[in-house]
Write a protein that binds this ligand. Structure first.
Ligand SMILES: C[S@@+](CC[C@H](N)C(=O)[O-])C[C@H]1O[C@@H](n2cnc3c(N)ncnc32)[C@H](O)[C@@H]1O
Length: 264
């Protein structure tokens, strides 16, 4: 009986997910990737019966920095990305921005595995402090505002920051846990040179995080948002800030990425 119930729950979950992916999800690059993977899994059987790899792109990667020779940043795990991560190119752009800004303090909202946190650590000075705030899985039901259903999977994880834990660069990283809507930012007032906003992608949260982060920025600092082109909550909130709030009039979208930036 419980097996039948489990199957029914699984079936209902799949129907809900597919419904979202084929409708609203089409606006979201993560969902489009999922569709492509599903398509490949249905069409990826060779005549011999052996599965072909899901990812058909076997040609080695290069990118604009390698082509033009002006990428001076150092990386780890740049190509080990999937759902919930910045792309390879975005990670390189962020790393180079961090190098250029030479920050004394970095503040990140949304640690996840810590891939971007680690690369920001690798591209800043030995005495830079990187503070990274993450919502713990056991506080998922206690957030001040609602997060998106599609991002629950990034909150539910065994370890936050697994990419940097045990790494020598982790000495520069301070992990904080909590909900960005309840977190007390006052200790960091006017002290942050680079901020990376990549927590909840819900509209209300993007507004909250943008407003709170603005209070901790030092003059001349750089605010970076991820997923501007990926999540409706992010582009709606950022478009609104850009159009209606003079403090955000200088936001720019870096072409070819989902990154938006603002120099304070
Ligand atoms: C897309 S992942 C971040 C990816 C990461 N910045 C990177 O570049 O690899 C989103 C993260 O935001 C966290 N998060 C979601 N809602 C949050 C909230 N209200 N406050 C703090 N963190 C939140 C999730 O737990 C998750 O780890």
């Amino acid at each position: 009986m419980s097996k039948a119930l489990d199957n029914l729950r699984l079936y209902a979950g799949v129907v809900r997910r597919v419904g979202y992916t084929l409708t609203l999800g089409m606006l979201n690059s993560g969902s489009r990737d999922e569709l492509l993977k599903l398509y490949n899994s249905y069409n990826g059987h060779s005549p011999s019966g052996q599965d072909t790899p899901v990812d058909p792109f076997i040609i080695p990667k290069t990118d604009v920095f390698e082509l033009f020779g002006n990428d001076t940043a150092a990386y780890e795990g740049v190509y080990e990305c999937g759902f919930g991560h910045t792309t390879e190119f975005e990670l390189k752009v962020i790393s180079n921005l961090v190098k250029k800004w030479n920050p004394r303090r970095i503040f990140e909202i949304g640690t996840f595995q810590g891939r971007t946190t680690l690369n920001m650590a690798l591209n800043s000075s030995a005495d830079t402090e990187i503070v990274t705030l993450d919502l713990p899985a056991d506080e998922l039901d206690a957030t001040k505002m609602e997060i998106e259903e599609g991002e629950v999977r990034y909150v539910k994880k065994e370890v936050s920051g697994e990419r940097f834990i045990g790494h020598p660069a982790a000495a520069k990283i301070r992990q904080m846990f909590g909900d960005s809507a309840s977190f007390d930012f006052t200790d960091y007032a006017s002290s942050v040179d680079v901020a990376f906003i990549d927590g909840s992608h819900a509209y209300e949260y993007v507004l909250n995080d943008s407003e709170k982060v603005l209070t901790i920025m030092r003059r001349g600092g750089l605010m970076i948002w991820h997923d501007y082109t990926n999540w409706p909550g992010v582009w709606t909130a950022l478009n609104e800030l850009y159009q209606k709030d003079v403090r955000f009039r200088g936001i720019r979208h870096i072409g070819g990425t989902s990154i938006a930036i603002l120099t304070i």
